[in-house]
Design a binder for this molecule. Structure first.
Ligand SMILES: Cc1cc2nc3c(=O)[nH]c(=O)nc-3n(C[C@H](O)[C@H](O)[C@H](O)COP(=O)(O)OP(=O)(O)OC[C@H]3O[C@@H](n4cnc5c(N)ncnc54)[C@H](O)[C@@H]3O)c2cc1C
Length: 465
């Protein structure tokens, strides 16, 4: 007889069946393991009985990936220990179930810095962010979660506990490139290949200081020119500004934040950039020098420079990040009003190389006008060529029309060298888009990896394939 207990009360289970995509999941039981050994025991039993097991973090997924399609929900929220913070070698080893923002705060209090910062960091778990290879505004400078994952403890579908470590070597020709670092196979695997029970992540020295800010533009096009020029400036030998975050608000995004913004948002602004800039006490890279550089860069890029907001105090900086978060969270609420009618929020997650950003935005605008659908809110990680388009469909018919536009946009994204899924993963609701990225033969080879690690398809069935 197994040593773990199943919660089978549907009144409790119901509360764990969906995620931030509102995808309707269902399950027969909920399990809350406290240790790796328990996870292993659960999977051994589930595998022998071919019972599906979907791991969940804090269910902030926007793709239905955390919404179980039957079987057991494995809730990681009881595994919250930070096992080690190593100052000398700059790494932390932790269990998956801690809120990412709490994990980051603990690290910061130790004088170190964990870079990944999804906008949802206060609503997603450390483990969930690894299982989705989350990224955020500071990805502009620091890259996505994958870069920081040094080692993982993963429980496979069979119950086997695997300990894998990124090889710290410069040269490697062992077989196919994606297999040269096994860690990369599990990061972003959306619960389909194994359950992450511990992760060792790289920490950085805490940046000395930074200021945040918001710069306004009279048109979206001028705002995009600015972003392209920021990137061009960065490839100079001596860039004048070196932001760590470059995030977009279009005019509708500005309308969302205007009512409770403590900062003045100019009436003639049709787009804005939220940015963060680190600085040191050294005079060339000091606050004043960089502020001056920012203001002249903005001026030469047609920003409404006199209206620029600069946030030097922690409270103001936090306020800017809150405003940035307010856009997706209000749209989530708005979309939720129409799910009963078959509508809801439709969020794109494509990205393109930055030099193609004008092209794709013009293309998407033309498609939208031809289809006569309502304007989406366009916001997010523009510095990475990754703006989110959030459409609100009020019923099933509108949803269908919008999805047609999104499909056409995604096809074009691929021709421009982009991806259809930059940070939210595939989950259950982006599967139809995969065919644009790769031919069936390549998708099949991903599937065969899944089949060899999880032959009974018990782990997060319905995700990706
Ligand atoms: C308002 C809002 C803003 C967002 N902004 C961003 C953003 O800026 N960047 C970004 O990348 N994402 C963003 N997201 C999406 C989401 O927050 C991320 O994908 C997040 O990393 C998911 O973490 P979670 O703990 O909520 O995982 P869940 O949603 O619970 O799970 C996500 C997937 O990971 C799997 N999983 C979870 N834990 C484990 C584990 N221990 N082992 C194996 N598999 C596991 C699940 O099976 C599922 O497939 C946003 C979401 C919202 C609601």
């Amino acid at each position: 007889m197994s040593g773990f207990s199943l919660i089978t009360d549907q009144d409790i289970i119901k509360g764990f069946c969906t995620d931030s995509s509102n995808y309707p999941g269902h399950a027969e039981a909920l399990i809350r393991p406290k240790s790796t050994a328990e996870v292993s025991e659960i999977l051994k039993e589930a595998n022998s009985k071919k019972i599906p097991v979907t791991a969940i973090g804090n269910r902030s997924s926007l793709t239905g990936s955390a919404a179980a399609e039957g079987g057991w929900i494995l809730d990681t929220s009881q595994m919250t220990k930070i096992i080690e913070i190593n100052q000398g070698e700059k790494f932390a080893l932790a269990e998956p179930g801690m809120m990412l923002s709490d994990f980051k705060k603990t690290i910061l209090d130790e004088g170190l810095f964990y870079a990944p910062d999804p906008t949802s960091e206060k609503e997603c778990f450390f483990g969930g962010s690894i299982a989705t290879n989350a990224s955020g505004s500071r990805t502009f400078k620091y890259g996505s979660t994958k870069k920081y994952v040094r080692a993982l403890e993963v429980v496979l579908a069979s119950g086997e506990i695997l300990n894998i470590r990124r090889l710290n070597i410069e040269k490697n020709t062992f077989g196919y490139l994606p297999f040269q670092n096994m860690v990369d196979i599990f990061v972003g695997s959306e619960g389909t290949l194994g359950i992450i029970t511990k992760a060792e992540v790289e920490l950085l020295v805490k940046p000395e200081n930074f200021f945040g800010g918001m710069a306004f533009f009279k048109t979206l096009s001028e705002c995009l020119d600015f972003v392209v020029n920021v990137r061009k400036n960065l490839i100079n030998q001596t860039p004048t500004i070196t932001p760590r975050a470059v995030e977009l608000f279009d005019h509708l995004g500005l309308d969302i934040i205007r009512p409770d913004s403590p900062f003045k948002i100019p009436a003639n602004a049709k787009a804005a950039i939220f940015f963060e800039q680190e600085y040191t006490s050294d005079s060339n890279n000091g606050c004043e020098a960089l502020l001056n550089n920012w203001l002249s860069f903005l001026e030469s890029n047609k920003a409404l420079v006199d209206d620029t907001i600069i946030a030097e105090q922690a409270k103001q900086q936090e306020e800017l990040r809150r405003l940035r978060h307010k856009v997706p969270s209000s749209l989530f609420e708005e979309g939720g009003k129409y799910t009963k009618e078959g509508g809801g929020k439709i969020s794109t997650d494509w990205s393109v190389p930055i030099n193609r950003i004008h092209e794709i935005i013009d293309f998407a605008k033309k498609l939208k006008e031809e289809a006569r659908i309502e304007d989406p809110v366009i916001y997010g990680h523009i510095g990475n060529g990754h703006p989110h388009y959030n459409f609100i469909s009020k019923n099933a018919e509108q949803k269908k029309q919008i999805l047609e536009v999104v499909h056409k946009t995604c096809k074009r994204v691929i021709t421009l060298g982009g991806t259809i899924a930059a940070e939210h993963g595939i989950g259950k609701i982006k599967k139809d888009f995969m065919k644009y990225q790769y031919p069936e033969s390549i998708i099949k080879s991903m599937k065969s990896l899944k089949q060899s690690l999880d032959p009974n398809n018990i782990l997060a069935p319905g995700n990706i394939f």
